[in-house]
Design a protein around this ligand. Structure first.
Ligand code: BTN
Length: 353
């Protein structure tokens, strides 16, 4: 699947530009109800047979519909894997609710890394915001040069590309701000309580649910572009994980006990991040970060060991400072602010982070 959405991001998407997304959107907007084939055909400027043919194709892709004469169609089941037109249908719904423009989206069955693709497309001048999503990554990248295990197992591998007008100094806190927005979105969608292991590991029940990899290109003292990569264990089953991941990872499905509607969740998450990003570009959110961080802070009060540069700092984590750096209280009550590098629990490295 390489499925690029047509049209610039600032213009509303017309039904005929994206017929499958339009049909699916009408159907998901009337859960349990019926949508008239005549109405769909009229809005799309095609015949009723044309609508039928489209639904037949969707059936082959895992959707189920009931068709009743004089009533129309009802959506009974949808595939629980990333399906571009369905994700766009949910996305159109959720951006309209917030009166926001529809972002550009690109989907891939397999790609090296959505962050790498976003960087390539930014270099070519793609419009922003632009969302890149893949079912599977062959060279998924994590923080600090690590590999991000990215099999095709119903997880979310996604990168959001922006060209924000931000000074590089503001980028560290942008990661934290985005992490907070992601926590809020997952909590609201799944009724769980996520935590953040500084700077951007997403932790649920003490295990790693996902991570954020923010990469930026900087010109002189201005940010040229930013790629925000997010990897989330959504519907993957622990049996499919490697032995080293099993004791430290968790998926949303495992935590909630039921499969997550990945297209609806993906759309909700994208809109949440876009509006968080928009707010960050518009106003100073330092107070909001300071107020919200303690509730999410997984490391607070724990013994940690950090390795900024070649040094090793061990002590008790004490939250973040005004720049978003991690504060560590070392022996003798002195505090040090850590801006980058690996942070592990205790003195031994934690595999999940
Ligand atoms: C971490 O080390 O915790 C960050 C992991 C980020 C992984 C995501 S998956 C989508 C995007 N593409 C990548 O290659 N990496 C990020």
């Amino acid at each position: 699947m390489t499925d690029n959405q047509p049209g610039p991001s600032t213009e509303p998407v017309k039904p005929a530009d994206d017929p499958d997304a339009f049909i699916l959107r009408q159907l998901i907007a009337s859960p349990g109800g019926f949508v008239s084939g005549n109405d769909l055909a009229g809005a799309l400027g095609i015949t009723r047979v044309g609508v039928w043919a489209r639904l037949d194709k969707l059936r082959a892709a895992g959707f189920a519909f009931t068709a009743i004469r004089h009533r129309g169609y009802r959506l009974d089941a949808q595939p629980n894997r990333i399906f571009p037109a369905l994700l766009r249908a949910y996305l159109q719904d959720s951006v309209e609710e917030r009166s926001a423009p529809m972002p550009e989206t690109s989907f891939f069955k397999t790609i090296d890394s959505t962050n790498s693709e976003a960087e390539r497309q930014l270099a070519q001048g793609c419009p922003t915001p632009h969302i890149f999503i893949a079912d599977k990554q062959e060279k998924g990248r994590g923080r600090l040069g690590r590999t991000w295990h990215s099999p095709q197992e119903g997880n979310l591998y996604m990168s959001l590309a922006f060209r924000p007008r931000l000074t590089p100094r503001l980028l560290q806190k942008l990661t934290l701000w985005t992490g907070l927005a992601i926590c809020d979105a997952i909590d609201a969608f799944c009724k769980v309580k996520l935590q953040l292991k500084w700077p951007n590991d997403l932790i649920l029940n003490g295990r790693k649910l996902g991570g954020i990899l923010m990469e930026a290109r900087i010109d002189a003292d201005m940010t040229r572009d930013v790629v925000l990569g997010i990897g989330l264990n959504v519907n993957s089953e622990p049996e499919a994980w490697t032995d080293d991941l099993k004791p430290v990872a968790i998926s949303m499905r495992q935590a909630t006990g039921s499969p997550v509607n990945i297209n609806q969740f993906g759309a909700f998450l994208i809109t949440s991040i876009l509006s968080a990003f928009e707010r960050y570009s518009r106003e100073d959110v330092s107070d909001s970060i300071r107020d919200r961080w303690p509730r999410r802070d997984y490391l607070a009060g724990k013994e940690v060991s950090a390795t900024p540069g070649n040094r090793e700092i061990t002590g008790i984590a004490k939250g973040i400072d005004t720049d978003g750096a991690l504060i560590i209280e070392t022996a003798g009550g002195r505090t040090t602010a850590v801006n980058a590098g690996e942070v592990s629990l205790g003195t031994a490295r934690m595999l999940a982070g």
